[in-house]
Design a protein around this ligand. Structure first.
Ligand code: KG4
Ligand code: ZN
Length: 353
């Protein structure tokens, strides 16, 4: 397994990413081209525009990943690519590129599930992370609680019934007039440090549902109403706000974050209970996805995990947000147990990909 060299390509949402990883876990290169500027300008991801942006940079991103690894495509063992879930227009850009490259150099190809990749990358950074383990995957599009029993054997303990937590962070940031260029999440995390987390009484979602599912649509509405009732104008960027206005925005950011994360804590606690009924031997909770790079989220979940005698594992922030390493690594895990597709024909027409 150590000799494998796999290229991973990720284009499921708004980041164009590629990386080359060795079976030993060595990351040979990692390249991410983000569409943060587009995101900041339009306040969300528009599939057609995101597709265009991927198309503009995909060749360059993949080439750079190979160059930085000091490799040419024929040195690769295989190509791994995200095939879902995600925006289909965007996924196709990555899949076409992967199939073209794999076809030209006669390389096997491995289709990767984006959420499995978010989870498995932790086995690259933490060699002690053995199956079975629990995973909480929190990003802009997903809120999942999973029991990973074996490679490819996942029990879903909970998911969101509407929005994911990252979406709630992003909307809150937009409505508070924050600088979205680094994403809404980091902007809220930063501003929340100035605010009083008890000042706005948002209610915790789904208290009456004794399960492990999530809901963030209601909290979003509560936040929007709080912002309206305080006459906060998102057109005025936070950098131009008066002191009073700024502290009022910070209070909302902190109060939102407290409840948004409390919802994670409560579901997590119950999920541990459920997971132990199926796999009493679990030792770790892995938290990954873009929102897992948040320090407050990590600290709060660490408390829950410690209380339950588990260990918290979080990949470094650059491997929590969308990246090519997680795709390459998941490709390696599957390839090592014989799960891959043969090389596509070298002259495969694009409209068949
Ligand atoms: O995993 P990811 O890069 O893409 C998806 O698969 O969705 O996650 C992106 C999400 C965005 O909603 C972003 O605002 C959020 O992760 N995020 C954060 C932080 N950094 C990124 N949310 C809260 N705090 C952060 N520090
Ligand atoms: Zn993701």
């Amino acid at each position: 397994k150590d000799d494998l060299v796999v290229l991973g390509i990720e284009t499921s949402c708004d980041d164009t990413a590629a990386a080359v990883v060795r079976g030993s876990g060595e990351i040979l290169s990692q390249v991410v081209a983000s569409q943060a500027d587009l995101l900041a300008k339009y306040g969300g991801v528009a599939p057609k525009m995101a597709e265009e942006a991927h198309l503009q940079v995909i060749d360059q991103v993949v080439q750079e990943a190979l160059d930085k690894a000091n490799l040419i495509a024929s040195d690769l063992t295989a190509v791994a690519v995200t095939i879902g879930p995600g925006l289909s227009l965007c996924l196709r850009v990555g899949v076409r590129k992967a199939r073209k490259l794999a076809g030209s150099f006669s390389l096997p190809i491995i289709g990767v599930h984006h959420m499995e990749a978010h989870a498995l990358v932790a086995r690259l950074t933490e060699r002690k992370l053995q199956f079975p383990f629990m995973a909480m995957l929190i990003s802009g599009g997903h809120n999942l609680l999973i029991l990973a029993r074996e490679l490819g054997q996942y029990v879903q303990l909970g998911t969101t019934i509407d929005d994911a937590i990252g979406e709630a962070y992003d909307k809150t940031a937009k409505w508070l007039g924050l600088d979205m260029r680094r994403g809404g999440g980091p902007a809220i995390e930063e501003l929340a440090r100035e605010g009083d987390a008890e000042s706005v009484k948002f209610s915790t979602p789904m208290k009456q549902h004794k399960d492990c599912n999530f809901s963030y649509a209601g909290l979003k509405t509560q936040v929007r109403l709080a912002i309206e009732s305080r006459n906060i104008n998102a057109e005025i960027p936070i950098s131009s706000a008066t002191n009073h206005d700024r502290s009022s925005r910070a209070d909302i950011a902190a109060s939102f974050q407290r409840v948004a994360v409390l919802h994670l804590e409560e579901r997590c606690e119950r999920a541990i209970e459920w997971a132990r009924k199926i796999e009493p031997s679990i030792k770790c909770l892995l938290v990954s996805g873009g929102v897992a790079s948040n320090q407050y989220v990590r600290a709060q979940l660490d408390k829950v995990v410690k209380k339950n005698n588990l260990q918290l594992i979080c990949p470094p922030p650059s491997l929590c947000t969308d990246n090519g390493v997680m795709v390459a690594w998941t490709g390696i895990e599957h390839f090592s147990v014989g799960r891959f597709d043969p090389p596509p024909p070298p002259d495969e027409p694009e409209d068949l990909m």
